[in-house]
Ligand binder design. Structure first.
Ligand code: MN
Length: 352
């Protein structure tokens, strides 16, 4: 598992209670939800193709099968989160209740397998005060290490101040918020769906990169300067765009072209370098990993596998073979995750 002077911690690893999957199925069957991306993608994964069965067979497992896969691929620890889109497709009351039960089950799995799992809380952005409360419960009482939000919630984005209770709670608790992909929102999915580009191939990055940029330019990090966020898939392409984003943002503020584009305390890329960490989930390719380390710094890039969607044990070797120093490799695999998610400092208190 180690033997290289580091432990491999994988930071974006999915699970789902069977109850959540059953509710996804019922929601799709009812035909009442306007979310073509969810219906298409989750409809596929709840189907009977070999790929769907392989992924979903592992999704619900928080024991033997998962631990065997981790051992075979050299993963010491998974940081688990409820699979995308989490509880965000449900009505508010259902979402709040399912986030709680899912977090309770996650905490139980972490207790049952000491040292092998940590977790991020599911929250229901549909009810921001309840989401903030659940995040506090999950961190203080369940020992979870932050929260995950799967991009849009019924087509809405977190830069809307009505959601800022969630940022406030994360900043106050000093835990990160992982902005995980979702299929593009109903307002932008049509041209992607027509060519099968809505999912992991590209649509996730379009949706999630845009969402992160909305958060940046809305001034969330000026309001919550200590807020930490995490992006998967090597930053959903944003690090490649820093130069142009900064240049154009400055130009647009100067031209006063949009009433919603305001001057920020710092350049957009400053927030993306200083408030945001990125993981390598689904991106087992050396050039962009090295690029992100050079642009963001070796302290800002973390390993993730994206299990069980991406379970290709040979890909670990791609990361092992990166032409970087042993100390940077330890940062990538272990210590950056320990730092961002405060893994070394159990926050669980006994007042439950
Ligand atoms: Mn993922």
């Amino acid at each position: 598992m180690s033997g290289h002077g580091f432990l491999r911690i994988a930071a974006e690893e999915a699970f789902a209670p069977a109850e959540v999957l059953d509710r996804y199925r019922k929601l799709i069957d009812a035909g009442t939800l306007n979310d073509p991306g969810f219906t298409s993608l989750m409809g596929f994964y709840l189907g009977s193709s070999p790929r769907a069965r392989q992924v979903m067979g592992r999704m619900t497992d928080l024991g033997k099968l998962r631990l065997r896969d981790m051992d075979e691929s050299g993963i010491a620890k998974q940081i688990l989160s409820l699979t995308s889109p989490g509880v965000q497709v449900f009505d508010g009351a259902t979402a709040v209740a399912l986030a709680q039960s899912s977090n309770d089950q996650l905490a139980e799995a972490i207790r049952n397998h000491p040292g092998r799992f940590d977790g991020l809380a599911a929250v229901a952005p549909q009810d921001p005060p309840a989401a903030a409360k659940e995040l506090e419960r999950a961190v203080r009482r369940l020992g979870l290490k932050g929260a995950i939000v799967n991009s849009h919630t019924h087509g809405e984005y977190l830069d809307d101040p009505k959601f800022w209770d969630i940022f406030e709670a994360a900043a106050a608790l000093d835990v990160p918020l992982y902005l995980h992909p979702n299929t593009p929102s109903p307002a932008m999915i049509a041209p992607l769906l027509e060519r099968g580009l809505d999912g992991a191939i590209f649509g996730f990055a379009v949706e999630t990169g845009m969402h992160m940029l909305r958060i940046v330019v809305s001034g969330v990090f000026d309001r919550f300067p200590r807020l930490r966020m995490v992006l998967g898939h090597l930053g959903e392409a944003l690090p490649y765009w820093f130069f142009r984003i900064d240049f154009m943002h400055r130009a647009m503020v100067a031209a006063n072209r949009y009433p919603t584009v305001k001057k920020l305390d710092r350049k957009p890329s400053d927030y993306l370098k200083e408030n945001v960490w990125v993981t390598t989930s689904g991106m087992a390719w050396q050039p962009p990993i090295l690029y992100c380390q050079s642009v963001l710094g070796a302290d800002r890039v973390l390993y993730a596998m994206d299990y069980p969607y991406q379970f290709v044990p040979e890909e670990v070797k791609v990361t092992d073979d990166l032409p970087i120093s042993d100390s940077d490799k330890k940062k990538l695999y272990q210590t950056n995750a320990e730092m961002v998610f405060s893994l070394a400092q159990p926050l669980v208190t006994n007042f439950a």
